[in-house]
Design a protein around this ligand. Structure first.
Ligand code: NAD
Length: 415
């Protein structure tokens, strides 16, 4: 069996496949692979006990050919430059495929946020912002939340940045509504994943109300994806969170489950279902599987056992490179992350546009324009897949890389 690659190697391999398929030259390939700017910072933070801890922070600005860099900031013990770089690259292709006027970037701080008090997280975030404020900006680089960060983190960044540059809501997206956040932003990646999931179901000759769905992760992405699939008539039979999984083959009442989780419970607190082993959810007998929790959950070990015919990557890179080949060989349709969860960055674009215009949209407009952009991204990817006979992942990278290459060329960087 082929060796599975790191996230960075896997991302570069996807770019290389697109470069070959598009017939791009070596100098263009280098321009597309090498990050345009990266910054590493040391962050001394006074802890509540009076001691100082020095954290490491990163911002990898991969490519800004199509517009300002855009991408989340992750607080995670495993955050490092390679991982941040891989996630930044993915953002470049995601923004290009979604056709929003941004490039790609990612930030990270190596920290377990659960071990810090709110005051410590506040001070860490302000120190990180002060260390990178000269390379971010409304027309330069616009961060957003990611794993371990939240709307509150964005509020601290906006406040710290504003203390130097003046009130600047458009410096971050995913903010609290009270500070200029957009209605519908939190649900957008999950809603978008469900929109393209439904498109894939219809393309397979079925309809959502004939389909069963399993969702791994019941956080921002998973819960909104489950709710939207439920709203479209699909039977969501299993969901999980970090504490456990549940199943009811007659279908779960997703709005009731959401109320439990919003009240601070976990999915296992839902009464009308049986417990399920967390890992078994991924190989459940269902039509559509949405891994929407973390990376690398479908691996060469469990990929042969996946029974769903459509896998929608709600999380970033839940399917490893080798597992992706196994699923493709088995005739599974994997809707790749850069398409499936692009709803997040699309709604971030709407938030940024609202901030620049100082004009707030109603939820109905956010959802309508989001759905339109998701359908367009699905259409262009499907058309490319049909033309070349390859997977949706390969088609998505072909479209995204060709769009970025085109702007690199027009800017005059590469002939
Ligand atoms: P979140 O923290 O809100 O939710 C994560 C969920 O996954 C939680 O329910 C958690 O309990 C569960 N979980 C964690 N480990 C698990 C495991 N081993 N098995 C089952 N469940 C597990 O995070 P989120 O914002 O929903 O992000 C999920 C994924 O989607 C991440 O890969 C993230 O990078 C990606 N993503 C998020 C957004 C966004 O805007 N929120 C946008 C695009 C992509």
């Amino acid at each position: 069996m082929a060796q599975d690659s790191s996230m960075l190697d896997g991302t570069i391999a996807s770019i290389d496949t697109a470069v070959r398929s598009l017939g791009l030259e070596d100098d263009m390939r280098e321009t597309l692979v090498v990050p345009w700017r990266e910054i590493q910072v040391g962050l001394p933070v006074q802890m509540d006990d009076g001691n100082v801890r020095v954290f490491r922070g990163y911002r990898s600005q991969h490519n800004a050919a199509r517009g300002p860099y855009k991408g989340g900031i992750r607080y995670h013990p495993n955050a490092d430059l390679d991982h941040t770089r891989a996630l930044g690259m993915l953002m470049t292709w995601k923004t290009a495929l979604a056709d929003v006027p941004f490039g790609g970037a990612k930030g990270g701080v190596s920290v377990n946020p659960r071990e810090l008090s709110t005051g410590e997280l506040n001070r860490l975030t302000r120190r990180y912002t002060m260390s990178i404020h000269h390379v971010i900006g409304v027309n330069r680089d616009i961060p957003a939340p990611d794993l371990g960060t939240s709307a509150q983190t964005m509020a601290w960044i906006m406040d710290a940045y504003g203390s130097i540059h003046g009130h600047t809501p458009g410096i971050v997206t995913g903010k609290p509504i009270e500070l200029g956040g957009s209605l519908g932003r939190a649900e957008a990646p999950g809603r978008g994943a469900a929109v393209v999931g439904c498109r894939a179901i219809v393309d397979s000759g079925s309809t959502p109300d004939q389909c069963t769905v399993a969702v791994q992760g019941f956080g921002a992405v998973g819960a909104a994806a489950a709710q939207t699939m439920f709203d479209n008539g699909a039977k969501v039979i299993a969901v999980s969170d970090v504490d456990g999984a549940i199943i009811n083959t007659s279908g779960l009442d997703i709005p009731a489950l959401l109320r439990i989780v919003l009240d601070g419970g976990s999915v296992s607190d839902y009464a009308d279902a049986d417990p399920l082993d967390n890992v078994d959810l991924l190989t459940l007998d269902c039509d559509l599987l949405i891994p929407a929790a973390i990376e690398d959950v479908i691996t060469p070990e469990n990929a042969p056992d996946v029974r769903a015919s459509i896998i929608v990557e709600g999380a970033n890179r839940p399917v490893t490179s080798v597992a992706d080949e196994i699923l493709a060989d088995a005739g599974k349709n994997v809707i790749p992350d850069i398409l499936a969860n692009a709803g997040g960055v699309i709604a971030s674009y709407f938030e940024w546009a609202q901030n620049i215009q100082v004009f707030n949209w109603e939820l109905e407009r956010v959802n309508r324009e989001l759905d339109k952009k998701m359908h367009e991204a699905y259409d262009v990817t499907k058309a490319q897949a049909d033309r070349n006979g390859g997977s949706m992942r390969k088609a998505a990278f072909d479209v995204a890389v060709s769009r970025v290459a085109e702007t690199v060329k027009i800017r005059g960087y590469v002939g």
